[in-house]
Design a protein around this ligand. Structure first.
Ligand code: ADP
Ligand code: ZN
Ligand code: ZN
Length: 724
């Protein structure tokens, strides 16, 4: 007899383990297949994650698998190994890991293969009666054409005569699967002659290990990636390239399609459910050899991997912050080892963590310090906004920025204005009593969206009426908070009424294709100004952009997060990198209220190494990652008493661990989360920091501190991106 170990596809902690079932003789069940199994009084779906010839239980008490779902194993061997790794290392639920490995559309069964109905005449059909004119026309048509889509015939001749013919067995209907086509811009993908630096990078990146490619913006990293991928394809291998969701621009897609054609599959959130489903199957069955995608693409079932590339490796979007939480780097390192292949981490501003590893020899450093076109980096001019205020300018734009914009317009060139948030203004506040509107379910300020004149909660999406009277003191004196993209566009129009101004943020790009359409419109118009959020910071390559304005550089500087200075440096470097990518040198106007902060000095000089040294040293003396580990355990539940009680129990156990490792713990505390309530759930957290030497040991003990049966949802996060 054969037995299968099955993980039930349910979101319940209590049943998140392997259950044994008998594989009935008449059923061909393979490792990695989805199956239907009896569970209690129900029939549930599960994944076969193990097989054996013996059972550790009494055979008579075991139940049998009822049927298979797909008829082939949807989870490949590598992914089963990855499941075990993630469960052990990240302490995630097995079911939630397995779900990452296939498109959700497949699990819910809502999306199917796209089947097209075709009509043909039966071999020995009887002619319809002469009175049925339409039916005769269809028969004549098919005699000529042999085969036609049902939908086409139906539009031409009508549904009734067509279905009558099908019923009378004059016409037979067959189904054929078609793959949904993804839209992309068709461009010529001619190969470029590599510069010496690019060639050297391609030659160096040849061994099966991890490389950190540090190349300034405009150094031509994409061309290097494509050459590396090409080399692997020639060897019969496959390639996986990840880019942050927001820099997965139409341009990137077009470039890859042009170079690799049908071999490319795309995975990103802009695809429709059906498109994602089809792309996934093209990858699964080996039709696609190159996958380009955002974070979740790291889980695509490419076999025979030759190279994994993570572009803009420092991007925080590579860390999944919602359940299940994981860092894409960890998964990539696992897959690199499993496949014994190359891993390339590329960036103009590597993370402090990755660069430290490169200096320690864990990664191999490859550098491309100059731009492909030999142009100098754009000149960054720092504008002290307090000084502007002292001179009577309390507007959004400094005098120098307006002057430079005027210059761009005169030269019929283009400019980008970068703003660190979305919406018209971030909040509404009463000028008399200081009241700020907050979400009823979440402990956060509501964001004011002027276009709809609504307040929105960015955490739960709830919408509220905009304020005109303060609910606390009755004053009409309501102030809009800081500046957003809409406001900037409005102000710009006053100064440049005849210039084309485009806006790109979450609001203007929420519909499919909007992103692409804004960019291609912008590309065509000169002079023009593009105003946008983080979305315009990366990846774009517009040769006529000679000016970049950064409105509120300080925005990302003052956040309760040990990485906020690093982020500011990265952001400025990336945004500045959009200027002067062609023949004209670019200029950057950076507006700040803290002009003397060291981050601006290093950014201004494009001194990554200097910045790294300063920042790494600061982390070392203040005991922050990468020299230590931060671990957060987050408890949440609708009933505040339950969270508070359960986290206390856990905290007491963690304290015992701390007593066991007194020299390793730097910090330990329990508290309400800064966002105390989200989507009606109360949130409490235990925060700790400990040294690296015994980190693995300590982590294991910490995970054991949480009672498996507690009612709260529990998340673990290592070096979390934000602590709110
Ligand atoms: P990065 O990602 O390093 O910022 P890109 O890959 O976007 O840089 O390249 C910058 C520009 O240089 C792009 O327009 C690209 O097409 C062009 N480019 C890259 N390599 C070459 C080359 N060898 N010769 C000419 N142009 C190149
Ligand atoms: Zn008030
Ligand atoms: Zn809310």
């Amino acid at each position: 007899m054969k037995f299968a170990k099955v993980v039930i596809d349910q979101d319940a902690k209590a049943i998140d383990r392997e259950f044994e079932y008998i594989i009935p003789e008449e059923l061909d069940v393979k490792l990695g297949e989805r199956v239907n199994v009896p569970f209690g009084s129900r029939v549930l779906q599960g994944f076969v994650v193990g097989e054996s010839d013996t059972s550790s239980y009494d055979e008579h008490k075991l139940k049998s698998i009822l049927s298979t779902v797909d008829g082939f194993p949807v989870i490949k061997k590598e992914m089963l190994a990855l499941m075990n790794y993630m469960a052990e290392k990240l302490h995630l639920k097995l079911a939630s890991i397995l779900r990452l490995f296939l498109p959700s559309e497949m699990r819910t069964g809502k999306v199917k293969e796209l089947l097209v109905r075709y009509c043909e005449l039966e071999d020995n059909f009887e002619n319809p009666s002469k009175n049925a004119k339409k039916q005769m026309e269809i028969v004549e048509y098919l005699k000529e054409k042999k085969r036609e889509k049902f939908s086409e015939l139906s539009t031409q001749f009508g549904y009734a005569p067509l279905s009558a013919l099908v019923k009378k067995n004059v016409i037979k209907v067959s189904f054929e699967e078609v793959k949904r086509q993804i839209d992309y811009d068709h461009i010529s993908g001619e190969k470029k002659h590599l510069t010496d630096l690019q060639q050297r990078a391609v030659d160096t990146i040849s061994e099966n290990k991890t490389y950190l490619l540090h190349g300034v913006t405009g150094s031509g990293k994409t061309e290097v990636y494509m050459n590396l991928i090409e080399r692997e394809l020639k060897k019969g291998k496959t390639a996986l390239m990840l880019v942050p969701e927001i820099s997965l621009t139409p341009q990137v897609l077009a470039n890859f399609k042009a170079r690799f054609g049908e071999a490319v599959a795309l995975i990103h959130s802009g695809l429709s459910a059906g498109e994602r489903f089809d792309e996934w199957r093209r990858i699964f069955f080996g039709e696609a050899k190159v996958v380009v995608g955002a974070r979740s693409a790291i889980f695509t079932p490419l076999e025979n991997l030759g190279i994994i590339i993570i572009d803009e490796e420092h991007e925080q979007s590579y860390i999944s912050e919602s359940n299940p939480r994981y860092d894409t780097h960890d998964i990539a390192l696992f897959r690199r080892k499993y496949n014994d292949c190359i891993l390339v981490l590329g960036s103009a501003t590597p993370s402090i963590e990755s660069y430290t590893k490169a200096l320690d020899g864990e990664y191999t450093l490859v550098e491309m310090p100059v731009r492909v076109n030999g142009m100098e980096m754009p000149k960054i001019i720092i504008i002290d906004m307090l000084e502007e205020l002292r001179h009577g300018n309390s507007e959004i734009f400094s005098i120098p920025l307006l002057a430079e914009l005027g210059n761009v317009v005169e030269k019929k060139k283009q400019a980008m204005i970068f703003i660190n948030r979305r919406g018209f203004s971030s909040f509404q506040r009463c000028r008399d009593c200081g009241y700020v509107a907050k979400c009823k379910d979440c402990d956060v300020s509501l964001v004011y969206h002027r276009y709809e004149n609504k307040l929105k909660c960015h955490y739960c999406g709830k919408r509220y009426k905009a304020l005109d009277i303060c609910p606390s003191c009755g004053s009409h004196n309501i102030k809009q908070g800081a500046v957003g993209t809409e406001r900037v566009v409005e102000e710009l129009k006053k100064f440049f009424p005849d210039v084309a101004i485009f806006r790109m943020d979450n609001d203007t790009t929420s519909t499919k294709g909007a992103h692409r359409s804004i960019l291609s419109q912008f590309r065509e118009v000169k002079p023009a100004i593009l105003v946008g959020t983080q979305m315009i910071a990366k990846g774009h390559d517009f040769e006529d952009v000679i000016l970049v304005g950064i409105i509120d550089a300080d925005q990302s500087l003052y956040q309760a997060d040990y990485r906020s200075i690093e982020r500011t440096f990265q952001l400025i470097t990336q945004v500045s990198g959009r200027a002067g990518r062609s023949k004209d040198q670019g200029k950057v106007i950076l507006q700040t209220y803290s002009p003397r902060h060291y981050v601006y000095r290093f950014a201004q000089n494009y001194d990554f190494k200097g910045f790294f040294k300063k920042e790494a040293n600061l982390r070392k003396v203040t005991n922050f990652p990468p020299y230590t580990k931060v671990l957060r355990i987050l408890f949440s539940h609708e009933d505040e008493n339950i969270v508070a009680k359960e986290i206390k129990v856990c905290y007491n156990k963690v304290q015992k661990v701390k007593e066991k490792y007194p020299d390793d713990f730097i910090y330990l505390d329990v508290m309400k989360s800064p966002l105390n309530r989200i989507k009606t759930k109360y949130r409490y957290q235990i925060l700790m920091r400990f040294k690296l030497e015994k980190a693995d040991e300590i982590e294991k003990e910490i995970y054991n501190c949480v009672d498996e049966k507690c009612k709260s949802s529990v998340f673990y996060e290592i070096n979390p991106n934000n602590l709110s």
